[in-house]
Design a protein around this ligand. Sequence first.
Ligand code: PDD
Length: 276
Amino acid sequence: MHAYWNGEILPLDAVRVSPLDRGFVFGDGVYEVIRLYGGRLFYADRHWARLARSLQALSIAPAPDPAALEDALRQLIAKDGVEDGIAYVQVTRGAAPRTHAFPAPPVAPSVLAYVQPIPRPASIDRGGRAVLYPDLRWQRVDIKSVNLLGNVLAKQHAVEAGADEAILHRDGLITEGSSSNVFIVKKGIAFTHPATNAILNGITRQLVLELMGELGLPVVERPFSIEALWEADEVFITSTINEVTPIVAVDGIPIAGGKIGPWTAAVRAAFSDLVE
Ligand code: PDD
């Protein structure tokens, strides 16, 4: 396995990260996960736009050039022979003596990328199981930062409960999943949390909103309650890795009889058409 590290392609285990790197010390960095299907990057442009936005929000500069990153990723895909998988791209503020404030003068950001095989998710067909978990995260989760402790604790809770995903709630409202966005369908209308600072505006979420328009499924971007989740006709989550995954049970209790609903199936099929 190989990596791109600050302008070079080298074996992953030859990458040497400084112990003073602010990503390592403060979680002061951002990342993207881009899907690979058949060795091709899926909607990379949207990921580059979000990466630029995250970097700008944290004043990390200069941003890496997307064309250079894509070139590096293509080399990594070829070298490591990855077909269906992901590309991981991370940019931190760089290495500097420890002080909370940004280094002055600024240092060069550290840029890391690698690709890894991940098959298309099995839970797409069988339906996934979720558990509820409090949203413990900070108030700028619209920035795709590597500070993921709230997400890590939520996902671990799900794993220990034998579930696939944790659905997060704050003040009685569903925000998103630990690494996904959440949609419900009720009486032929879809609902999902609006793209505020309380969620990450997923690329898959954005694609699904567009597909819903084409499918004729009205969608309202409005926060919905835990009760609305329980009473939903259909629940599904979206993410780069897990695409459109139906949720058939929450906290061990079946949603709408534990069956994959017709709108979920339609959205899933429309998304698969984008992939294939
Ligand atoms: N996670 N919300 C959170 C908190 C996420 O971490 C993710 C993605 C999403 C979905 O975004 P997208 O559709 O752009 O993948 C929503 C990535 C895949 C990860 O951390 O592995």
